[in-house]
Design a binder for this molecule. Structure first.
Ligand code: GH3
Ligand code: MG
Ligand code: MG
Length: 419
């Protein structure tokens, strides 16, 4: 089924089908974890780069920065990333929310580290205090656009960092005339803008996933149609056996194989006796049903690997028997004749045997020893069929039958017909 759209009306970050949602989640989990870890290391470096700011504020703030940023947060960050890397299979087996939660947690801890430095008494007399709130901006960006948390996680994360930022602004030490409102607006607007970017990126990622899924489904459908078409182009629609086209291909292949391997190749040409009379008597639909049963009987008798049964014409069937010498082909043909007779389909026209029968011409050649082609073998089988018809029908006849008695065909004949 072609995946449905992601949204109706306003864009939603959810697929209509839970199966799509699951595949989207699981399909991207490994690459997202890898990305989380790589950008986690880069973010750790940048976070510690802010020690330069701590140094510029005051030696006390720097000392606290070293303790909180470098010793506590960095140790925790490195330990988390190493564990996530070492236990990747476990992390990947858990719901994707687990890795997202880890990123949220490290980001919140980074925000708390900034908050700890901000609330230190060393900030009290510093005109840097409010500007130091700018440190929340890279933390917000870390979750929303660097790690690109899924939108709902990114929104929760940005909300938590803003709360920490506001709490620090409300309670932390700062000068009386510090530009609180501009800094609040600055941090909030960064949060809003980066959340918009985050939403857009996830929306496009989901659209791309849908396009990919649709492409996969269409390709599979195309492949299925191609196989069906291929089958249909080689199959007789009435009887289900191979058609003339498939027979022509198989015959060429069989001939080439027999030449290469020096093996005999046999053909059976099966023709339903007095079928015109059958149609005239029982009607065309009954004739069709009869042909289906005859085809089935022929097919049932020739199941050896390398055998192929095809509908050759109206009420004629042809069978290619690879590596079959004449005796084997004659025995197979006799089985086919008996199977058709055993169908016991009434055929009441006066000239018939009272039931549906068939005549079968059999020809065998050793293609490796013949300077001739597959057409010659078909012509020989046709000649044999003509003989079978002439000699009273409902019989098997080999081609040509120079030594054959007029009533009993030489079923034990081991030789192939001369070229
Ligand atoms: P013979 O014993 O000499 O083979 O006589 P026959 O009547 O079987 O041979 P003939 O060639 O005179 O007639 C073949 C008949 O097969 C004529 C045609 O209407 C019928 N036929 C050919 N294709 C189909 C088919 O798909 N369905 C049906 N019901 N009849 C078909
Ligand atoms: Mg015929
Ligand atoms: Mg016929």
């Amino acid at each position: 089924m072609i995946p449905a759209s992601m949204s109706r009306g306003l864009p939603r970050l959810r697929f209509d089908s839970p199966e799509d949602e699951h595949q989207f989640d699981k399909g991207s989990q490994a690459s997202r974890l890898r990305y989380f870890l790589i950008s986690g290391w880069v973010s750790l470096l940048i976070f510690n780069g802010f020690l330069v700011v701590d140094w510029l504020v005051s030696p006390d703030v720097f000392a606290l920065g070293v303790l909180v940023r470098l010793m506590i947060f960095t140790s925790f960050g490195i330990a988390t990333m190493l564990m996530a890397w070492l236990y990747r299979p476990v992390v990947l087996a858990l719901p994707s929310g687990f890795a997202e939660g880890m990123v949220v947690m490290t980001g919140v801890l980074a925000a708390l580290s900034v908050a700890v430095v901000l609330s230190s008494p060393a900030m009290r007399d510093s005109h840097w205090a409010v500007h130091y709130h700018g440190g929340f901006v890279p933390v917000i960006m870390y979750g929303t656009v660097v790690q690109r948390l899924r939108f709902r996680h990114a929104a929760i994360f940005a909300g938590i960092v803003l709360l920490i930022h506001w709490a620090c602004m409300a309670t932390g030490p700062r000068e009386a005339d510090a530009p609180v409102v501009p800094m609040l607006l600055f941090v909030v607007s960064v949060a809003m803008y980066t959340l918009i970017i985050n939403f857009r990126l996830e929306y496009e990622e989901r659209q791309q996933f849908l396009r990919h899924q649709r492409g996969k489904v269409l390709l599979a459908q195309l492949d299925h149609s191609r196989i069906e078409l291929e089958k249909a182009s080689r199959c007789d629609p009435l009887t289900g056996v191979a058609n003339r086209r498939a027979f022509d291909h198989a015959m060429q292949d069989a001939w080439a194989n027999a030449v290469a391997q020096g093996t005999p190749l046999s053909l059976l040409l099966v023709d339903v006796d007095h079928f015109k009379a059958y149609n005239d008597h029982y009607g065309h639909p009954a004739g069709d049903a009869c042909l289906v049963q005859v085809a089935d009987a022929v097919q049932r008798c020739l199941r050896r690997p390398g055998d192929l049964v095809a509908r050759y014409g109206g009420e004629e069937f042809i069978a290619v028997l690879n590596r079959a010498p004449l005796a084997q082909a004659l025995a197979a043909a006799e089985r086919v004749r008996e199977a058709i007779e055993a169908l016991d389909l009434p055929h009441e026209a006066p000239i018939t045997y009272g039931r549906v029968t068939a005549s079968i011409g059999v020809a065998t050649l050793l293609p490796a020893e013949c300077q001739t082609s597959a057409e010659r073998l078909i012509a020989l089988a046709d000649e044999a069929l003509y003989q079978a018809k002439n000699r009273g029908r409902n019989r098997v006849w080999p081609a040509p039958a120079p030594t054959a008695p007029s009533s009993d065909p030489p079923l034990s004949n081991e030789s192939a017909a001369p070229c």
